[in-house]
Design a protein around this ligand. Structure first.
Ligand code: SF4
Length: 175
């Protein structure tokens, strides 16, 4: 059966996909981080929204002052014992699905602050999806971390808290 004249134009104009792929594309293209900085790393985090780094290119520049409107927590800086329950509460207030980026040596492992006052890794408090190394990580490194998170979302990999979730009906650390 031959092509009608209109068929090549139709083939160029129609994009076939699945609802699931569309959903993942929309999610990865509209990540809204919570406005939440803890120490020096936060200055680098703020830099990613300026014109030099332009986080808007990745659809993730809309930092929200309310955790109810955010789906990404960037833990930028050391987490003190006093701040840990506050951080956990903010994370719990974020709607699902949600993701966490641990930015810098302090957030990821306590960094140079190997003492009783600092949590030795924010994964003791919230499940972490992406770690960004450095002290401080450059804005480019944070952008790279956000791109890695977008790749995970595009591939359909579950957020870390779902990966760690216990079987339904059992009690677990993250629920
Ligand atoms: S990793 Fe370095 S820059 Fe970041 S909070 Fe710790 S000391 Fe500050």
């Amino acid at each position: 059966m031959g092509l009608t004249p209109a068929q090549p134009e139709v083939e160029r104009s129609i994009l076939l996909t699945t609802v699931d792929k569309m959903k993942r594309w929309a999610q990865k293209s509209s990540i809204w981080p919570a406005t939440f900085g803890l120490a020096c790393c936060a200055i680098e985090m703020m830099s990613v929204t300026n014109s030099r780094y332009d986080l808007a290119r990745f659809g993730a520049e809309v930092f929200r002052a309310s955790p109810r409107q955010a789906d990404l927590m960037i833990v930028a800086g050391r987490v003190s014992q006093k701040m840990a329950p506050v951080l956990r509460t903010i994370w719990e207030q974020m709607p699902e699905p949600k993701w966490v980026i641990s930015m810098g040596a302090c957030a990821s492992s306590g960094g140079v602050f190997d003492n009783y006052a600092i949590i030795q890794g924010v994964d003791h408090v919230v499940p972490v999806d992406v770690y960004v190394p450095g002290c401080p990580p450059t804005p480019e490194a944070l952008l790279f971390g956000i791109i890695k998170l977008q790749e995970k979302i595009t591939l359909g990999l579950p957020p870390k808290y779902l990966e760690l979730a216990p079987e339904p009906g059992t009690k677990g650390a993250w629920r």
